[in-house]
Design a protein around this ligand. Structure first.
Ligand code: IMP
Length: 424
């Protein structure tokens, strides 16, 4: 009666899409519990690349049922397009996709407000401009439109009307166009036609699946722990809780099922958007990692800043999520780099610490204390199994395990589904 929970431990883009796709082969059900189409999960199967932003990457395994929980914010246009994309690849979606009636809808005005807020801020977050934060904010203001409203068109119109009384003055005062009830109503009913049947009594089903068997359900996190609204580098964060506990509130799933937490970390580190990044390499090495690793955002195409692994931040992420197994991705990108660095402590205002500072303004002042490890020249992806890895690659993995106190169970050594080495 345990579900596997997969989470990013850095600033997102750790390669969760590929790992969820891989693990979904062994489970029947995959659920997303937070975020929206700010995420971008890339999966490559037999050379064909699919980028999903909303539907769990498990959908590419033809037997898996996929769920969008109440903690997710859903852009109906993007959902419609993703359903069409996956169906055009010959996979059935309609019988396998289920949506929580309590999930909030990203409305077109959320994107306008996201852009307007970013324009006004002096401390810009660098959002994906997908309206994510504004949809979550409306949920808290209690003026959001939920998926359940699509099943009751009579009340939907009244809900839109009531919300627009608040939203339209905000929009016009920010120099944006006001919206009309009828236009939004017609658009919503039209765009949701191919997924309204998927809106079901959700959380009871989640708990029944979790109770039915060990590993029947895989919960897929989006973004990463350092982007968590409470525990990340606030205010340079996303607007949902990305940590393990959010799987419970984002699916209506009892916490007793959520004690098998697998944390994903890249063999180096990246960040997209604004905010502190202590181990960033702004020189040639950062550029090399960016080019070799193809580090450009799957959602916005923005170049990702690159640098070395930050073990202080990772230890914090491992601890607050209760990670009991690690997944290391993109180890192949470090092939042929003579010296690999890892931050093992921070120097803040002349004092050394291994504690992650809470405030982003303190994190801005951090000087990382690096440990250097020797690299390897033989490509890790050519090894038949972990034992055949270059000795220095194994030493790097062991060093990460010892610092973080958790075993690395899966290593990804290339973009293809099959380029995975298991250690269990
Ligand atoms: P938002 O989630 O669009 O509001 O953006 C807030 C911050 O989170 C920005 O720095 C984004 O670049 C970042 N962000 C959101 N989603 C992802 C993701 O999936 N990967 C990496 N960064 C993300």
């Amino acid at each position: 009666m345990t579900c596997k929970l997969i989470l990013g431990l850095q600033w997102g883009d750790e390669g969760k899409g590929k790992i969820v796709d891989y693990l979904a082969e062994k489970v029947g059900h995959v659920a997303r519990f937070q975020g929206g189409n700010n995420a971008g999960h890339t999966v490559i199967v037999d050379g064909v690349k699919t980028v999903l932003h909303l539907i769990p990457s498990g959908i590419l395994q033809p037997h898996a049922n996929c769920y969008l929980g109440n903690g997710v914010v859903i852009d109906p246009e993007v959902l419609k397009q993703e359903i069409e994309l996956i169906e055009s690849a010959g996979l059935d979606v309609k019988s396998r996709l289920k949506i929580s009636p309590q999930a909030h809808i990203i409305m077109p005005y959320h994107k306008d407000l996201d852009a307007a807020l970013e324009e006004k801020k002096t401390n810009k977050v660098g959002t994906t401009k997908r309206g994510i934060g504004c949809a979550y904010a409306d949920k808290m203001y209690r003026i959001g439109i939920r998926m359940s409203a699509l099943l009751d068109p009579d009340s939907l119109k009244e809900k839109i009307n009531s919300t627009l009384q608040v939203i339209n003055p905000w929009l016009t005062s920010a120099g944006k166009e006001a919206y009309e009830v009828d236009g939004l109503f017609d658009w919503l009913m039209d765009v949701s036609a191919n997924f309204r049947d998927a809106i079901i009594d959700f959380s009871m089903e989640m708990n029944a699946i979790a109770k039915s068997d060990d590993d029947a359900l895989l919960c897929e996190g989006a973004q990463g722990t350092l982007l968590d609204i409470d525990f990340g580098t606030y205010p340079y964060v996303t607007s949902s809780n990305t940590m393990s506990a959010a799987a419970s509130t984002g699916l209506g799933l009892a916490p007793r099922y959520l004690n098998d937490v697998w944390g994903i970390m890249k063999a180096y580190c990246t960040r997209v958007g604004e905010g502190p990044f202590p181990t960033e390499d702004q020189g040639e090495m950062g550029k090399l990692l960016q080019d070799k690793g193809g580090e450009f955002g799957a959602t916005t195409g923005r170049p990702r800043k690159c640098g070395w692994v930050d073990l202080v931040a990772l230890k914090y992420a491992v601890t607050i999520n209760g990670v009991n197994a690690l997944i290391l991705t993109k180890l192949d990108i470090l092939n042929e780099i003579p010296t690999i660095r890892a931050a093992v402590a921070y120097e803040i205002d002349g004092k050394q610490t291994d504690r992650y500072p809470i405030d982003a303004s303190v994190l801005e002042r951090v000087k990382p204390v690096f440990k250097d490890l020797p690299g390897w020249s033989e490509p890790v992806e050519e090894a038949e199994n972990y034992d055949a890895f270059p000795a220095n690659a194994k030493a790097y993995v062991k060093f990460l395990e010892e610092y973080l106190g958790v075993d690395v169970k899966i290593i990804s050594v290339g973009p293809e589904r099959k380029q995975i080495v298991e250690r269990f």
